[in-house]
Design a protein around this ligand. Sequence first.
Ligand SMILES: CC(=O)N[C@H]1[C@@H](OP(=O)(O)OP(=O)(O)OC[C@H]2O[C@@H](n3ccc(=O)[nH]c3=O)[C@H](O)[C@@H]2O)O[C@H](CO)[C@@H](O)[C@@H]1O
Ligand SMILES: C=C(OP(=O)(O)O)C(=O)O
Length: 417
Amino acid sequence: MEKLKIRGGRRLVGEVRTSGAKNAALPILCASLLTAGDLKLTNVPDLADVRTMLLLLEGMGVKVRREGHEVTLNAGALTSTVAPYELVKTMRASILTLCPLVARFGAARVSLPGGCAIGARPVDQHIKGLRALGAEVRIDHGYVDAQSPRLKGARIITDMVTVTGTENLMMAAVLAEGETVIENAAREPEVVDLANCLIAMGAKITGAGTPTIVIEGVKTLHGAEHRVVADRIEAGSYLCAAAATRGDVLVTHCVPGDLEAVTAKLREMGASIESGADWLRLRMTGRPKAVRIRTTPHPGFPTDMQAQFMAIAAIAEGASEITETIFENRFMHVPELARMGAKICVNGHTAVVTGVEALEGAAVMATDLRASASLVIAALAAQGESTVDRLYHLDRGYEHMEEKLRGLGADVERIRS
Ligand SMILES: CC(=O)N[C@H]1[C@@H](OP(=O)(O)OP(=O)(O)OC[C@H]2O[C@@H](n3ccc(=O)[nH]c3=O)[C@H](O)[C@@H]2O)O[C@H](CO)[C@@H](O)[C@@H]1O
Ligand SMILES: C=C(OP(=O)(O)O)C(=O)O
């Protein structure tokens, strides 16, 4: 079992480069199933989830060539259209193979992901949308079994804003006959990045990044090259680490426009932030100030940044109020932060965080991906030594985090126990 050992109390100072986005890379890797041509991707992050997705695709017969951050995929000759439970249970984004498989091959059998630490996370909207496009879908022994000779365009209104739901349905519609309109679509930058990749493959899509996406189906898609967008959540996590340690950090290779809700809250907390075309510099001199945060779909404050902000709120001056509206169980980091001396009171979907002067290092355990980042940030700011256990959560979504943190002057090492 690997852990991070962190001796806290050092200001983070320096420059850190943002990697490609996990949540853009995963759907885009699945888009390779939509063409017999080569899909060449650059800026693909080296993450456990990316490796799992490549394993899943290779298991279906997709040819994968990977050199550093460059991955070329070819789904010219598939041997299977099944996504097995063993892989899906480790990474729920595997559900993103469902729609491309049905769209191009007319059939798919994809394990239901089931719930996870942060919530029940059903995929009913993916299924409802696929049925609206004419597929026959049934649930069979824990699998989604879908069949359709050729999907037919339709108007789909999702019951809630769903990111992977929008992405899956967009990948179904690109090869469907006629026009599809997705209403109440997710506007996340990762949806836009997938749309841009699909457009480069010959898809006809307008409106990505707005609540109405219109797709005119085409008969086939061709190979293409695409660069995966920067990871706004990773960039935001380093900004939070800088704010919590009263540091001075330049985050490069990011898209500042994708982080506006995050930088606005950091400014409210007292940070001074400058930005350029692809960089953000955060300086924090005094103790952070308390804030009110409510997670909402993009362009609102992202749920994937809630835990990291709670770590700053834990040492802020005053009481912060943090409301989680997207996932019903995304406060798992609260009891772990409390082990470090944080004062947090949870009432339903809202956590009231009364800032303390300083946190104390402690042994803590990660419960999910962003909870891990929150604990790392808290440990960097805390007095004394901490260990963060269950690193596999962190490794799903942060590329070489301890190296990047060391580059900013943090005292952090990966240990085995
Ligand atoms: C791989 C990936 O991109 N993951 C992101 C994606 O997850 P993911 O796409 O799974 O999250 P969704 O946007 O679908 O979920 C939003 C809400 O809708 C609910 N829901 C969703 C689909 C559905 O069919 N039925 C349903 O009830 C979910 O339980 C949740 O309460 O968006 C989340 C919200 O920004 C982020 O936290 C995740 O990091
Ligand atoms: C919740 C997340 O990812 P996933 O949807 O892959 O579980 C995340 O990236 O914070």
